[in-house]
Design a protein around this ligand. Sequence first.
Ligand SMILES: Cc1cc2nc3c(=O)[nH]c(=O)nc-3n(C[C@H](O)[C@H](O)[C@H](O)COP(=O)(O)OP(=O)(O)OC[C@H]3O[C@@H](n4cnc5c(N)ncnc54)[C@H](O)[C@@H]3O)c2cc1C
Length: 489
Amino acid sequence: MVAIKGVDYLNRLKKNPPETWMGDERIVDPTSHPLVAPPANSIAKLYDLQWDLDKKNHMLYTDSTTGELTGTQFLVPRSKEDLKKRRLMHQEWAEASYGFMGRSTDFMSAMLLGWYANAEFFGEYAENVRKYFDYIREKDLYLTHVLINPQVDRSQPPSKQPDEFTYLGVVRETEEGVIVRGAKMMATAGPYADEVLVFPFANQQVSPEDYKYAISFAVPMSTPGLRVIARESYVKESKQDYPLASQFDELDGILVFDDVLVPWDRVFIYQDPAKVNQVLKYTSLYTGHQSTIRLMTKLQFVAGLAMKATDVINTNVFPQVQDLIGELTTYIELCRAAITAAEENAQPNELGIYIPDFRPLSAIRNSGNRWYPRSREILQLILAGGLMYQPSSFSVFNSPIKEDIEKYFRGADISAKEKIQIYKIASELAVSGFGSRHELYERYYAGDPLFLRINSQYKNYDKTECLSLVEGLLNQINFEDTNVLAKTL
Ligand SMILES: Cc1cc2nc3c(=O)[nH]c(=O)nc-3n(C[C@H](O)[C@H](O)[C@H](O)COP(=O)(O)OP(=O)(O)OC[C@H]3O[C@@H](n4cnc5c(N)ncnc54)[C@H](O)[C@@H]3O)c2cc1C
């Protein structure tokens, strides 16, 4: 049995915890710490879903090399049907967290699958990539990743930062591997992940003189010398008062590599600026599929909440409210269309591995980072003061002012308790710290939206169809002009 259950993941994490710091506190056991255990438990629930009797058909497959039941997140698609099975798995996990766990385990396995399907790109390290994918699959490991250099001096390249190893780079080589030092941001789920995949990604290309920063590798999160400096947590205790933040606050942190040994068989790119500047084209091949499915789920949740919250106070009779909710459902349908198009137009590569058509997925990635902030704004526009006037805790129903609450917090046709519950979720999304982090996440998780759109939708966009239409009209005019000229002569 290769696919694991939640309890296996939690036991593994308890045994090998990453060195995590939150303020001056070292988190010794992420599986019981009140600010880290909630998201770790949510990940454990996702692992359990693999074994739900009515979900096993799409959450698991029998691997042809090991003969073992394995998570569909590792299924190498050999047909469009396989891609559809992968979609059901992504959807299952997205729905389990209402789209709020951007780092359900299928995000990073999808990223690695893109590398595995194109392992030849890694040249002498190709076998390392293949073996690492097999290793992750066979142990059903949970990965985070770090790509970005810390925000110290963005105007300067890695070698011109205040310290030689402000950014992560190679210190020296040993027989066993490479010693690396420096920091990387930002490891979402770092405090409760099993492994980290590292590769550089920046708005500026890495130049040849910065070769020692041009590396990619993977290590266990519990590797000596590796520590996580976590951000402030948004976890709240009460599930009733904070249904989202109490379960789904994916903790982010900076990773500091303090002379960490990376074994040679875990090196994927080594001091090779040309390779790190190109590797991105293989990282999103499958994450685009996963992230579009997850975004659609999240937008469906926001839209559903908007529908419900306006229904209980009858603001949904107003046309401007209907129009704004209609804007949300438009985004949902564009996601759905992109998912179908990506699957239907998928093509096999030279190894027979099906790659989803990235064009519609890229269009969504370059829109979702703007749609999600807009969807949060829509909640603010249509729910207005309702996002601010809910009582601070449900305990108010046990207080002497209970009757006030029941009278003034009720909806048109529902009780105060039911209405407050709906608006508390809406407040978490639209005006809380948890909600703001999600806005920032959707804006930035795939990279700087400005450069992302310039690169994928303009510089690298296949312009042939657009230009040929214009050329067609230009030729037609020229042809007619020539004919008119010929006739007059
Ligand atoms: C909630 C959250 C979770 C994340 N999780 C992860 C994760 O798990 N793993 C991971 O690796 N990363 C993660 N990221 C990081 C994410 O990839 C980066 O935030 C993103 O790539 C933007 O980089 P930055 O934040 O350093 O912004 P910067 O690059 O510092 O950009 C700040 C501003 O400066 C501008 N700017 C920067 N450089 C230039 C330039 N050269 N020319 C012109 N303008 C420039 C940008 O356009 C932007 O407006 C996460 C981010 C967030 C917010």
